[in-house]
Design a protein around this ligand. Structure first.
Ligand SMILES: Cc1ncc(COP(=O)(O)O)c(C=O)c1O
Length: 366
């Protein structure tokens, strides 16, 4: 079975190898084991003695406990460990969605959240945020009905970088008894700092949340994610997981455990990068009247609006051809608006260089 193109991945894949500066990346500057040693004090030479057998099939209890500690009401029966956040999302949707189900997805979103339900035969309705990236709750209530089986949300949101209060979405889901699936891979990166926002699973028993080491914890290279839900849902997901994941890597399990046991220090390091770099973008926007944004309040990404008479795809393609700066057009999120998405939790100098290239290019061209 061929799945519809993942637009964002196709856009990146065809350009990544010849990119000069990559503003498409969404992970904060990745950690090395040397840096992780400095942050956590752990001696990673212990890894030399880890048996390279299958890891513990569903993740070690120590890892699962470290994941539980990120939630108010989690315990080991409510967790399963997966191959990345993308693997977690796939398993949730494959388990919950059947042919003919009505699924409402809050958009813009990570494409997996609506294309997979469509692929599994659901009738999918896309409900778009307003231009200021807030959710019109009255209109949302009108779209969600008694026949809605599942509501899908990415929060903090990709691509907008906004964290919205889930309480009203939970109320709507509760009122019709729908499952609420929230991709929370950017949770913890609130620009206002601690504490973490409440997870959907701490608000509603029919909520399912996914998390990952890639974004909040800067460890995309270990490919480790997880699902949190009530034990019945986890049991169903684990039945499907047998066909998809024998175990996660024992090395990944160990590195993730140490990182999560020190999560506050990693989040502090990442927020420092994010907040510094946000100032650089603010400066860029303030000195270029053709660009604007709704300032993000969480995560590592932002949508930059432009007022040139070009589609988002033409804008990003020309920008890339002329400067080598890779950004993501709104069209990759099934939107016609004039914006492009950037990831900005990268090296500050590179970010500044990329924004200078963009400024110079628009000044010379338009
Ligand atoms: C919202 C969202 N969910 C999931 C993923 C996949 O993350 P992972 O690297 O954990 O597989 C991404 C990656 O960009 C993402 O932005």
């Amino acid at each position: 079975m061929l799945i519809e193109d993942f637009k964002l991945e196709k856009w990146i894949n065809s350009r990544e190898a010849i990119t000069k500066i990559d503003l498409s990346a969404t992970c904060p500057k990745a950690l090395s084991l040397t840096e992780l040693t400095k942050i956590t004090g752990e001696d990673f030479s212990k890894m030399l003695d880890i048996s390279l057998n299958y890891g513990q099939l569903h993740g070690t209890n120590r890892l699962k406990q470290a994941i539980c500690n990120l939630y108010e009401n989690a315990n080991l029966d409510r967790i399963t460990v997966t191959l990345g956040g993308i693997g977690a999302n796939y398993l949730v949707l494959q388990t919950l969605v059947n042919k003919g189900d009505k699924v409402v997805c809050v958009c813009p979103s990570y494409q997996q959240m609506y294309t997979l339900p469509k692929t599994f035969g659901a009738n999918v309705e896309l409900f778009f945020l307003k231009d200021d990236w807030t959710l019109d709750i009255d209109q949302f209530k009108a779209v969600v009905g008694d026949d809605t089986k599942l509501i899908c949300v990415t929060n903090p949101n990709n691509p907008t970088g906004m964290n919205f209060d889930l309480t009203s979405v939970v109320e709507v889901a509760k009122s019709v008894g729908a499952y609420l699936f929230v991709d929370e891979v950017y949770r913890g990166l609130n620009h206002s700092g601690y504490p973490y926002s409440k997870s959907a699973v701490d608000l509603y028993e029919k909520a399912i949340a996914t998390g990952s080491m890639s974004k909040t914890y800067s460890l995309a290279g270990i490919r480790l994610g997880w699902i949190v839900a009530n034990p019945n849902i986890i049991e169903q997901i684990n039945s499907n997981r047998e066909y998809n994941t024998i175990s996660i890597s024992a090395l990944d399990d160990y590195v993730a455990t140490i990182a999560l046991e020190n999560h506050e220090k990693i989040v502090e390091r990442n927020l420092k990068i994010i907040l510094e770099n946000k100032k650089i973008i603010l400066n860029f926007i303030n000195s270029n009247s053709h660009f604007s944004w709704v300032e993000p309040n969480a995560g590592t990404i932002a949508c930059i609006n432009f007022d040139y008479d070009l589609t988002s795809e033409d804008f990003c393609a020309s920008l890339f051809d002329k400067t080598g700066v890779l950004t993501i057009p709104a069209s990759c999120f099934d939107m016609n608006q004039n914006f492009f998405r950037i990831g900005y939790a990268m090296d500050s100098q590179m970010l500044q260089e990329a924004l200078n290239l963009i400024s110079d290019w628009v000044r010379k061209t338009y």
